[in-house]
Design a protein around this ligand. Sequence first.
Ligand SMILES: [Fe+2]
Ligand SMILES: [Fe+2]
Length: 151
Amino acid sequence: MNDNSNWLVHDHDRYDNALTECEIAADMGEWKNVTVLFNAFIEDLQLHMRLEDEVLYPFFVKEVGDSDGEISDLSEEHEEITRLLSDLLYIVKSNDFDHFLDSLEPLHEILNEHNEHEEAVFRCVENEDILSHRDEIMAQFNIDAKGQQTK
Ligand SMILES: [Fe+2]
Ligand SMILES: [Fe+2]
């Protein structure tokens, strides 16, 4: 399986890059830009995690099972990420930019670790079983190809 053809990996690379852009903007003190970039990042990532929690993970459990508890572990990681996101959202809303970069770093780390873990779990199954059915999975989730919610 070529990782570049894997939409999960593709999306994860996008979030990694989006956070790096936030870091660069914050480093340069472009706070207005940081707010815009970070809000867009959060919206995009929350949709991605919902898609995984509600469609991708249940699909995996149904097809493969979860005897090793990997899907439970991934779900717990989502909860941890969600906690960090809400902390950061609070920091951005209160214009507490001094703490923004300090708090962004742990989020970036845990997100990258989670993404690697997730990719490893889903690498164990045949690509065509789940990951090549992106359109079908998206349709179940009522999302169009651009990732916008249609309902
Ligand atoms: Fe995830
Ligand atoms: Fe993911």
